[in-house]
Design a protein around this ligand. Structure first.
Ligand SMILES: [Zn+2]
Length: 459
């Protein structure tokens, strides 16, 4: 029997161990999509205790606790932080096969120097040790000690980016913190507060003006180092419309009307196409996240709002319209570098083949299949994503892992990914499916860990 999560955790062959320890383990990290708060980075936030740092906004943990029958009082309610930590430790202790089990123990090892296991019996020991250690840890310390070279936050076009500017001016911090352009609210014409949101962008009286203002904001983002945009969509829409049609839809909304489902789709299609062309012109990567059903429990949503652990994998057919959308941009040679993430793993092969139809010599892997996302961010999901990308695309050009996290401790997920990657590649070599070619293997592993991302995002 192997020991629990030792230095060769998830590395089942000699080749896997060699690839991980010699080419992957010590590579720096480029976290090209996360949800860290730039203000917390600038102010170098410290955390009072383990509950604050671990359970504060982590809806992955919340839903696991609910699944284990823990009452809401101990999750997001008014129980004490120590009581919440106890319930979390008891939940985790039996969470066999769940990635949170691995992530949490990787975090305990990497950041807290704790080699034991966390469960209800050890909760007090971990609480004491962790809280003591937190006195020496801070947002910046956690990012730096993880080997992060650059990270891309997720920001609204209306954001002043004041914290990004302050971080850039602060020469004592060696990590690049770059903004990402995420105009979901500008596209959310069906939302009740849409008109209110528009006022944050200025006095917007027409669709043409909205598109213009968004492009100006994008240029401003790029001036502060933005290399990537991001869109969160239920599915990627494709319903082309004329300028006059979209203008009429926009005016209807300004007058207080709610456009029909088809009109919403037309509005989003035309605005996304405008933005896509601008991304291409400015060399900004376009990320598309879709295939999600958000906020399923209205009861929890009313109490806690979005990102409360009540989302699920969507099954709306998505690839046909996505391919038409990419095709419309490709038609005029204005398709930007694009990363596709569907939350539904059943879409993987279809996505990778759709991507393949639009690849060009503009970049290695101009279209990318994003790393296994959210509910797929586990051993089976990552292995499936890597295998499909290798089989139907070009794994060697893959830009690799991102955290997509709100937590400063999540960099342990890069270690998790790298171990799974090296184990998979190692198994192909051991099985005689790929030669034991040191130079090529080094290029592939180092590329997927960091070098491809450096090149792709032009950092
Ligand atoms: Zn995200």
């Amino acid at each position: 029997m192997k020991s629990f999560m030792d230095k060769d955790f998830l590395l089942s062959t000699e080749t896997a161990k060699h690839l991980y320890h010699d080419y992957a383990e010590n590579q720096p990290i480029i976290d090209y999509h996360c949800h860290l708060d730039p203000r917390e980075i600038y102010e170098n936030r410290q955390f009072e205790n383990m509950t604050q740092v671990w359970l504060g906004g982590d809806h992955y943990k919340w839903r696991l606790m609910r699944s284990a029958g823990v009452e809401e009082q101990y999750i997001t309610g008014d129980a004490s932080d120590r009581e919440k930590f106890q319930k979390w430790a008891e939940t985790l202790g039996l969470a066999i096969g769940n990635p949170l089990y691995h992530w949490s123990h990787l975090e305990l090892r990497s950041y807290f120097g704790y080699d034991g296991i966390l469960n209800g019996d050890t909760a007090e020991e971990v609480w004491q040790l962790g809280n003591e250690k937190l006195k020496t840890l801070s947002a910046r310390r956690l990012v730096e000690s993880s080997g992060v070279k650059a990270l891309c936050t997720t920001d609204d076009p209306a954001d002043s980016l004041e914290w990004h500017k302050k971080i850039a001016e602060d020469k004592s911090f060696g990590v690049q913190v770059l903004p990402s352009f995420r105009p979901d609210k500008a596209l959310g014409i069906e939302k009740a507060d849409y008109v209110n949101y528009l006022s944050r962008l200025g006095e917007i009286r027409s669709f043409a003006q909205l598109a213009e203002v968004l492009k100006e904001r994008l240029t401003f983002f790029v001036s502060l180092g933005c290399r990537v945009s991001d869109h969160g969509l239920e599915s990627v829409p494709y319903a082309p419309a004329t300028a006059a049609e979209v203008e009429a839809i926009f005016q209807k909304r300004l007058a207080g009307g709610i456009p029909t489902a088809e009109e919403q789709k037309q509005f989003k299609t035309v605005l996304l196409l405008e933005l896509g062309r601008e991304y291409h012109r400015l060399g900004v990567v376009m990320q598309l996240h879709f295939g999600v059903i958000r906020d399923n429990s209205h009861r929890v949503f009313r109490a806690l709002g979005p990102d409360a652990g009540i989302d699920s994998i969507g099954d709306a057919p998505s690839v046909k319209e996505l391919a038409a959308f990419l095709g419309a941009l490709d038609d005029t040679n204005e398709l930007p570098k694009t990363i596709l993430y569907s939350l539904n793993p059943n879409d993987n092969a279809a996505l990778v083949t759709a991507m393949g139809a639009f690849q060009t010599g503009e970049a290695i892997g101009k279209l990318q299949h994003g790393s296994a996302w959210w509910f797929n961010d586990h051993k089976a999901g990552m292995t499936e994503q890597l295998t499909t990308l290798a089989a139907d695309g070009y794994l060697a050009g893959f830009v690799g892992m991102l955290t997509d996290s709100r937590s400063f401790l999540s960099y342990a997920r890069h270690e998790y990914f790298r171990r799974i990657l090296c184990d998979l590649i190692g198994s192909w070599v051991e099985n005689g499916e790929y030669p034991n070619d040191e130079k090529a293997l080094k290029t592939i592993v180092e590329g997927i860990c960091v070098k491809n991302a450096e090149r792709y995002f032009e950092l």
